[in-house]
Design a protein around this ligand. Structure first.
Ligand SMILES: Nc1ncnc2c1ncn2[C@@H]1O[C@H](COP(=O)(O)OP(=O)(O)OP(=O)(O)O)[C@@H](O)[C@H]1O
Length: 317
């Protein structure tokens, strides 16, 4: 096994990655860097190229063009070495229902030809809180426990990088919170995590984020940097019949987007002056309560998704 320099440079460093499936350009000129101990969130609408990007970055799929390294190994030429140091959790739970948790982990340990198998499995059961359920059949576990088993399985060979593809889809909020506590514990030990998600609360727990739509990376940075990058101003308007109000407002000058949040409507726009004039007038006419609001990550993601949908449609793609 070839060892890559452990602490030298970014854990993922890719430039100009492209991938086509047939005539579909699924990933376009992707540049990305992930640092050691960083939790990096990957967001974007369904089918935007997240899984394809993750697979290229860990050497499972060869890009049509572009270059890069993962853990210091060349993504084109050294995929076997990358796989030895990466834990990959796919979207689909792929363990045996009729084996117990321990048997599933033992099977994975055999696949990796680990010498101290029993000790490694015991450690994994202990550190992910699975010890009390070690003898339970996997098929009878709830979604949260299955996902904990999947994490234990992809941590078994002590990878330095975790690639997690929507690891918490369909899992309840408490189990998701526990899962994220675990990710932060691993990151604090220097393990890097690239995780795709559709959940806003999870996005906010990442150190850095990338937003990808129709194969193009539209923004990357900390949550605050992504919010700032779109230069939106947002106001909150309270009142009755928010659906009708939203639809009326979307025709008005300065209003780029309206999103209902509980009993309030978030209204955002790029032209701050025009937006303020419109909203003050509407609030006065209809006796509504108007307040400036912080632009949230969710406001910004909805805005970017809408922009990219429009651009995609205009391009006739
Ligand atoms: N092996 C393949 N052959 C042909 N097309 C593919 C293949 N894999 C993915 N695609 C297509 O590439 C596009 C991007 O898919 P990908 O799975 O990377 O998106 P995603 O962002 O991970 O989506 P989701 O959020 O739904 O998981 C989709 O249009 C998908 O249908």
């Amino acid at each position: 096994m070839t060892d890559a320099p452990a602490d030298a440079g970014p854990v993922i460093d890719v430039h100009g990655l492209n991938k086509h499936f047939g005539d579909k350009h699924v990933v376009k000129d992707l540049d990305m860097q992930v640092q050691r101990g960083e939790i990096y969130g990957f967001l974007g609408p369904n089918g935007s190229g997240k899984t394809t990007s993750i697979r290229m970055m860990c050497g499972l799929l060869t890009p049509d063009s572009g270059t890069g390294t993962c853990l210091g190994f060349d993504i084109r030429k050294q995929s076997a070495e990358i796989k030895r140091h990466v834990g990959y959790m796919t979207q689909k739970f792929s363990y045996w229902d009729d084996l117990t948790i321990r048997e599933n982990l033992d099977f994975i340990a055999r696949m990796y030809e680990m010498k101290d198998r029993k000790q490694k499995v015991d450690q994994a059961l202990e550190s992910l809180g699975l010890a009390s359920r070690a003898k339970q059949l996997t098929g009878s576990l709830s979604g949260g426990w299955k996902q904990r088993l999947a994490l234990a399985a992809c941590m078994l060979h002590e990878p330095r990088l975790l690639l997690l593809d929507e690891p918490t889809a369909g899992v309840d909020p408490t189990a998701r919170r526990d899962f994220w506590e675990e990710l932060h514990r691993l990151a604090a030990q220097g393990i890097s995590v690239l995780v795709s998600t559709h959940y806003m609360d999870e996005a906010e727990r990442c150190h850095k984020l990338a937003y990808i739509a129709y194969g193009s990376l539209l923004a990357q940075g900390t949550a605050q940097e992504i919010i700032d990058s779109q230069q939106l101003t947002t106001w909150s308007l309270r009142g009755d019949n928010l659906v009708q109000l939203g639809s009326d407002l979307r025709q008005q000058p300065g209003v780029d987007q309206t999103v209902a949040f509980g009993n309030a409507l978030h209204i955002s726009g790029k032209d701050a002056d025009a937006l303020e004039r419109t909203l003050k007038q509407v609030a006065a006419e209809r006796h509504l309560q108007l307040e400036p609001a912080e632009t949230s990550l969710e406001d910004v993601f909805i805005y970017m998704m809408k922009q990219s949908t429009d651009n995609f449609a205009e391009a006739g793609a």
